[in-house]
Design a binder for this molecule. Structure first.
Ligand SMILES: Cc1cc2nc3c(=O)[nH]c(=O)nc-3n(C[C@H](O)[C@H](O)[C@H](O)COP(=O)(O)OP(=O)(O)OC[C@H]3O[C@@H](n4cnc5c(N)ncnc54)[C@H](O)[C@@H]3O)c2cc1C
Length: 504
């Protein structure tokens, strides 16, 4: 693998000597406020924190600390600030971009013990929670009031809301109800030097710059989120789920664009290719049609009459675009079966190959079929299998490259194919991340997406929050030196990599 964090903490000391020194300096300070059992220094125990779900990149931290009060987080930050020690926050570690992978000889700040729901306010439709609360737990707790938390990543059983904020996570319902950024009101965060500040407010608007939005998607580089006020939504009166099969990718891609073009915003609009359908069906037995080239899952919600009307419109659109089969769930149990199978897509794909490199490019919807076909051509060229299971309604593609990381050559090939796919997304007017963030995984592609002046603004913002560059250093925003090196090595020498593609 060619990726490494930009070296932002040059230190002439040998790493082992530096480690000893830092432990000697830091441990007595941490122990002033953090119970010893919540400071982990044993290598065997630290292994649990060496990577996130992007498992091909690993790094042991200096130590892991597991605070459970805001004062403890402030104390950790003050100690590390005083000693110039980098800090990487971690929620549940389900990230897919090495975002919470530790920094060598840095502190890993585990936020999993902040798992309390402090209150649910049904009148204001909000919940005040700790960042370590699991995504699904918010919806489960709000269910008694017929409310729910809209962002629903497929990892929602495990991932934390703090991680959702840091990655601006999405999910199947974000097409209609927005990403995490649209579903939070207020954040309390601890700065790099240990101050506690509040961003946003419990009211619908807040004066001043919208720092809540800036923090959302900042991947742990600007501050540590310690408390979150989320918005809750009322459950819709009616909800219908359908599964439509198509014989070609083109028809399925056009059907997605046609539904949105007709003015319908489904609660969810997902697409799965044939390999994905077969893998899911084998694991989940949900009745997915294994002979289809693609299926679309469409969920409509709202008032009963409105949903029935939209259902008929969508059926009509799917028929006009040659759907070969349309199943409409008769009850909640059938709907749940269709969705549960979709949400098990990644475990299902994990059975097909030792490793799975999940991409996250977002493109204009109209480009779906074109990009999908181009990805298949690239897959042939790189002799690797690519499976597509994705949030098609918002153009958020998740091509999954299947490979074996124990084969170094194949690993490199998979990584290059991933780079080409991200270039392709940029080429058609899209972006290199829809919801998974950048982390370390896509840091080089930031050099393609943004020019040096734009990257300089990101660095200026980072400096304003974290002048010593101690928070998650080397991730998300590449140094200009890194980009110069990457662009210099870049294979296309400034030419359009996909000159024949239509741009949107
Ligand atoms: C099977 C699977 C399916 C997935 N499906 C989706 C999906 O549909 N949509 C989607 O958006 N993502 C998806 N993901 C990715 C991942 O679950 C999300 O990015 C999630 O938001 C990460 O949350 P986490 O608690 O695991 O964070 P982590 O992985 O622990 O951390 C992610 C980032 O957040 C930072 N961070 C964590 N907590 C804090 C905090 N309190 N303060 C500041 N920074 C913090 C970390 O430093 C890191 O940069 C999926 C992952 C898997 C494995």
């Amino acid at each position: 693998m060619t990726l490494s964090p930009d070296s932002l903490h040059p230190d002439s000391q040998h790493p082992e000597a530096q480690r000893e020194q830092r432990l000697n300096d830091l441990l007595p300070l941490l122990r002033q406020l953090i119970p010893t059992q919540y400071i982990i220094t044993e290598v065997e125990q630290l292994r649990a924190y060496e990577c996130d779900a992007f498992t091909t990149m690993r790094q042991l931290p200096l130590l892991t600390v597991l605070p459970d009060t805001i004062e403890q987080v402030q104390h950790v930050m003050r100690c590390c600030h005083q000693l110039d020690i980098p800090v990487v926050a971690r929620g549940a570690g389900t990230g897919l971009t090495a975002g919470s992978m530790p920094v060598e000889n840095g502190v890993l700040l585990g936020m999993s013990r902040f798992d309390q729901i402090y209150n649910i306010d049904p009148d204001n439709r909000t919940a005040l929670i700790g960042p370590g609360v699991r995504n699904l737990a918010v919806t489960e707790a709000a269910a008694v009031h017929n409310l729910y938390f809209a962002p629903d990543p497929s990892s929602q059983l495990a991932c934390s809301v703090g991680g959702n904020v840091a990655e601006n996570a999405g999910g199947v319902h974000c097409l209609k109800y927005g990403l995490t950024v649209h579903n939070i009101l207020e954040l309390e965060m601890v700065t790099a030097s240990g101050e506690l500040i509040t961003l946003g407010s419990a009211a619908l608007d807040a004066a001043g710059y919208d720092l809540t939005a800036i923090l959302t998607g900042s991947e742990g580089l600007l501050g540590i989120v310690v408390r979150i006020r989320v918005k809750l939504l009322p459950r819709a009166e009616s909800c219908r789920v359908m599964l439509a099969a198509f014989a070609t990718i083109e028809d399925a891609g056009q059907a997605i664009a046609a539904v949105i073009g007709a003015g319908i915003i489904p609660a969810g609009l997902e697409m799965i290719d044939q390999t994905g359908i077969c893998a899911i069906e084998e694991l989940m037995h949900a009745g997915y049609p294994v002979d289809a080239a693609a299926v679309i899952i469409c969920e409509l919600d709202g008032g009963e009459a409105e949903v029935e009307d939209e259902l008929q419109q969508v059926i009509q659109i799917f028929r006009e675009l040659h759907a070969t089969d349309i199943q409409i769930a008769e009850d909640a149990e059938q709907s749940t079966r269709i969705w549960a199978a979709r949400k098990a897509a990644f475990p299902a794909l994990a059975r097909l190959a030792p490793d799975n490199y999940i991409m996250d490019g977002t493109i204009p919807r109209r480009a779906l079929a074109q990009v999908w076909k181009q990805i298949n051509l690239l897959a042939d060229q790189y002799q690797l299998q690519v499976v597509n299971v994705f949030h098609a309604g918002d153009g958020n593609m998740h091509p999954s490259i299947l490979f074996d990381s124990s084969n170094e050559e194949e690993h490199q090939r998979a990584f290059e194919l991933g780079t080409r796919i991200l270039e392709l997304c940029i080429e058609v007017g899209g972006t290199i991340s829809g919801e998974h963030g950048i982390g370390l995984e896509k840091i080089n592609q930031m050099c393609l997406q943004f020019n040096p002046q734009e990257l300089a603004q990101f660095h200026a913002l980072k400096q304003a929050f974290d002048a010593k560059t101690l928070l998650n250093p080397g991730k998300q925003i590449p140094t200009l030196a890194r980009c110069a090196e990457f662009n210099g090595l870049h294979v296309h020498n400034g030419e359009m990599p996909f000159p024949h593609l239509e741009r949107f």
